[in-house]
Design a protein around this ligand. Structure first.
Ligand code: SF4
Ligand code: SF4
Length: 389
């Protein structure tokens, strides 16, 4: 059997391995993983979607089960496909261009984020299970229903791939126009009538190459045809803007410090809370955020919490910043770790509160001990949680 026929099995093996690494909290914790997927998308397309994404893999598994059950895979009628296709790019633009709270709630409805949350061992709300079940159920009848229409993450990688030099290239001399590549494409891309795949919908799954009966008709190689100058400039601008915004969602800055003086004008009216009986000093505590541990240094002076500084966290900066700016100010002004969580960033909020409480418990606070046991589990909240990159 030649290599291209082995590609589907190889891809499924990589997808399942990636899912295990995600569940163990290893893959996204690797320092260069996010950057590597972004750079790969710019040069060779959304490798992440075709080979790594846990929810993409789940949709592929359900599609295989559908074929096993003899359920015929159906394509969307062309008119409906054209109507649905822009949706995920519109959602991506809205999330990048606005900071309204309701945008955060989009991610509560996102089956990919919900499934990742489940993999990471967090409990998810009934509604989260419902959206996962709906899209996995649809996958029995139609390939990648979520990826092709609503996934914001996939839209980002797709848009980053607009200038990719490496893509699926068709050799018109060898192609016999059998259409098997088109029929195998989960994203309904017209491959057989083009010299190269230019669509941002392509997920680099390589199904088209495996399905092609001719050995040299399709290849993953450098495309020869250049874009028109105006299209190229527009594509470059989109890619540059997305690249810069993606950098912002990398691992959170470790330089996040809020002091009591930043949050209240004078300390005369502040009474001691969780730091009662704690000696002056800097104490370190750890809590569990969305993607793992959040470590924080807490400074205590005269039995008051006077400074809270982030040491490390793997949570996405967008959500961590949101939680940090709200929760830490409250902790300082209320002098307790038991404050309300930030809407839309519940997991990061609870992680911060836990870390502060644990730092104070280690310092000998009995008040913080009681507070820590009362802290809510992030999953008890119904609103959004940090999304993945
Ligand atoms: S489109 Fe979204 S859900 Fe689909 S594979 Fe890509 S990131 Fe995953
Ligand atoms: S064009 Fe080929 S590689 Fe791209 S999504 Fe379709 S089948 Fe997969």
């Amino acid at each position: 059997m030649n290599f291209k026929k082995r590609l589907p099995k190889l891809r499924m093996t990589v997808q399942l391995s990636a899912m295990v690494l995600i569940a163990l909290g290893i893959l996204y914790g690797l320092p260069f993983a996010k950057g590597a997927f972004i750079i790969a998308a710019i040069f060779m397309g959304p490798v992440f979607c075709g080979w790594v994404c846990h929810f993409g893999a789940m949709q592929d598994i359900l599609a295989k089960i559908g074929r096993y059950l003899k359920i015929k895979s159906r394509f969307l009628p062309e008119r409906i496909r054209l109507l649905m296709m822009p949706l995920r790019y519109i959602l991506l633009a809205v999330t990048l261009l606005t900071s309204a709270s309701f945008i955060l709630n989009i991610f509560t409805f996102d089956p990919r984020s919900n499934f990742e949350s489940f993999l990471l061992g967090n409990s998810i709300a009934y509604f989260g299970w419902a959206v996962i079940a709906a899209f996995l159920g649809l996958s029995l009848f139609h390939d990648r229903p979520f990826c092709s229409t609503l996934c914001i993450e996939g839209a980002k990688y797709g848009a980053l791939s607009l200038v990719r030099p490496l893509t699926i290239v068709r050799n018109a001399d060898a192609c016999v126009q059998c259409g098997k590549c088109d029929a195998s494409c989960p994203m309904q891309i017209d491959i057989s009538h083009n010299d190269a795949v230019q669509s941002p919908q392509c997920i680099d799954c390589m199904n088209c190459i495996s399905a092609c009966p001719k050995n040299d008709a399709l290849s993953f190689s450098l495309k020869q045809k250049k874009k028109k100058p105006a299209t190229l400039v527009a594509s470059l601008l989109i890619v540059a803007a997305l690249f810069v915004s993606s950098l912002g969602s990398f691992t959170a800055s470790t330089d996040m410090t809020v002091s009591l003086a930043d949050t209240v004008s004078g300390t005369e009216d502040i009474t001691s809370g969780d730091a009662s009986g704690v000696l002056d000093g800097v104490y370190t505590g750890t809590g569990t955020g969305y993607r793992g541990n959040i470590t924080i240094n807490v400074t205590v002076e005269d039995e008051l919490i006077t400074e809270v500084a982030l040491v490390s966290s793997s949570d996405d900066s967008r959500w961590l910043n949101r939680a940090y700016s709200t929760v830490v100010s409250e902790i300082l002004s209320e002098q307790t770790a038991g404050v309300d969580t930030a809407s839309g960033a519940t997991y990061s909020s609870v992680g911060i509160e836990e870390a502060v409480a644990n730092a104070l418990i280690d310092a000998g606070s009995t008040v913080a001990e009681a507070i820590e046991s009362d802290l809510p589990a992030a999953s008890e909240h119904t609103h959004g949680k940090g999304r993945s990159f």
